[in-house]
Design a protein around this ligand. Structure first.
Ligand code: MN
Length: 405
């Protein structure tokens, strides 16, 4: 009852009353359909679709998608028919649920051995042949996702929200399932979230997978972050205060925050450092400074002010406002020698850019509600559809995936 109430609070904040009633009716339907089912952990099954829908509602996906999030396991687990969903809701909701169900069903979506090393189907052993087969199995799964995505990207967004909750509750499963699911999440779902520009989701999926796949490394980095916490917070405080002061003096209104990086990204950075014979111990590696301003003009003005108080480090500046990344990410990035001469990474952006940078395609669908003209994303989807069309029955999944990339 608590979870339902939480969901409806978020729904009330983000949707109209009519839309809220529609989502509420999907909630009632799902509660009824799953009424006798429990998850492996022993908790009522309905917690899972509610959590999935809650993430979708927070992303401000459209009402059909949130409803489909609530209903996404009803066809597979409760023998609810497509026609029933059309009658109770609409064809769009029914098709979304049907597509998510098919992604589950026709895929060897778990093509790995319990140790996570090779596809179950091939009976392989981690040899180079095994590696190739693994790459092919990944490519086949990716292909299925891309086909679904080209038809309706919301199907994949629902799958990603579904996977996030499965990862957050992975503890209840037996060890070999944990490893296989975490492996698949890191290999397929996180890269997919990356390609869709859904950074918040990507990082959460990576951190959760890392926790299960490399538990010792995960614990070591968590402890490092914990140990350095007071030191880091003190340093962030000093850099933040100085930045605010300088921006204020220049008449620029800004919000400045210093957020700890995600554990998996720190792990990757540590690996890069190790390759260069360097050690990751300094606190400045553990966070990035974020500056939020109201307009694009203020982004550049703030950059000038920051470079005025702290010298930029050579070769470490990127203008993703003038040249956005392929997944629509926009920000100014610079690394400066800040307080005590320590290098600090600074990201400067507007709140709109921030929403796109955290939520990617989900933010895009939100802005599309106004019905504006086709943009880079639409062009990309058209191209993807054409590639899927032209290549339908040709070639290996692996070659095909290279082309799609
Ligand atoms: Mn599910």
């Amino acid at each position: 009852a608590n979870l339902s109430a939480n969901l409806m609070t978020i729904v009330k904040a983000n949707f109209t009353e009519e839309q809220g009633d529609f989502i509420s009716s999907a909630l009632d339907f799902a509660v009824h359909a799953h009424r006798d089912q429990r998850r492996k952990s022993g908790s009522p099954f309905i917690e899972h679709p509610i959590a999935t829908a809650q993430y979708l509602a927070q992303l401000r996906m459209d009402p059909d998608t949130v409803a489909a999030g609530l209903l996404h396991d009803t066809m597979e687990d409760c023998d609810v028919e497509y026609k029933e969903l059309v009658d109770h809701f609409n064809p769009s909701v029914a098709t979304l649920v049907d597509s998510v169900t098919k992604l589950n069903a026709d895929g060897s979506m778990l093509p790995w051995n319990p140790d996570g090393s090779a596809p179950i189907t091939g009976g392989l052993d981690g040899s180079s042949e095994g590696e190739a087969a693994l790459a092919t199995a990944r490519a086949a799964s990716m292909r299925k996702m891309f086909v679904a995505m080209a038809k309706d990207v919301r199907v994949v967004v629902i799958k990603l929200a579904d996977r996030l909750h499965n990862m957050l509750t992975l503890k209840a499963l037996p060890y070999h399932r944990q490893i296989a699911i975490a492996r698949e999440t890191l290999d397929i779902y996180a890269p997919l979230a990356h390609r869709l520009g859904m950074w918040d989701l990507k990082w959460r999926l990576e951190d959760e997978s890392f926790k299960y796949l490399q538990p010792r490394e995960f614990r070591a980095l968590s402890r490092l972050l914990q140990r350095k916490r007071a030191e880091r917070e003190d340093y962030v405080e000093r850099v933040t205060a100085a930045t605010k002061q300088a921006l204020g003096d220049a008449g620029i209104e800004a919000e400045v925050t210093g957020r700890a990086k995600h554990i998996y990204s720190i792990h990757q950075k540590a690996a890069r450092y190790a390759a260069q014979g360097k050690k990751l111990t300094d606190i400045h590696d553990l966070f990035a400074l974020r500056v939020f301003v109201d307009s694009v003009g203020d982004c550049y003005a703030a950059l000038g002010v920051i470079h005025g108080i702290w010298p930029p480090m050579g070769g470490q500046f990127d203008d993703y406002i003038a040249s956005p990344k392929e997944n629509m990410y926009q920000s100014l990035h610079t690394t400066v020698r800040a307080v005590d001469g320590l290098p600090v990474e600074v990201q400067i952006r507007t709140p709109e850019m921030h929403n796109v940078s955290e939520n990617g395609i989900a933010a895009h669908t939100l802005y599309k509600e106004g019905g504006d003209s086709p943009d880079r994303f639409d062009e990309g989807m058209t191209l993807l559809r054409q590639l899927l069309e032209s290549d339908r029955d040709q070639g290996e999944d692996f070659e095909w995936l290279e082309q799609i990339k």
